[in-house]
Design a protein around this ligand. Structure first.
Ligand code: SF4
Ligand code: SF4
Length: 64
């Protein structure tokens, strides 16, 4: 199941303490920037969980 983004916690990518860290670490290209905000392409996500572990704002999670 693809990850989910909490848009309130993530906010604008320019305000991300990691400067869009999740986009840089996603090897599948499943996280992209669109109009300054983070967008997930669910079909590309392979559930590696790297973005969940590395987001400084804990803005990415999975439904349990
Ligand atoms: S690392 Fe976290 S806060 Fe930064 S852009 Fe990604 S989801 Fe948003
Ligand atoms: S779980 Fe992995 S593949 Fe999916 S969006 Fe996060 S970093 Fe990318």
């Amino acid at each position: 199941m693809p990850v989910e983004i909490d848009m309130e916690k993530c906010g604008q990518i320019k305000d991300c303490p990691g400067e869009g860290l999740c986009i840089k670490i996603c090897e599948q290209g499943a996280l992209i920037e669109e109009d300054g905000k983070l967008v997930i392409i669910p079909e590309k996500c392979d559930d590696c969980d790297l973005c969940i572990q590395n987001c400084p704002n804990q803005a990415i999670s999975k439904k349990s």
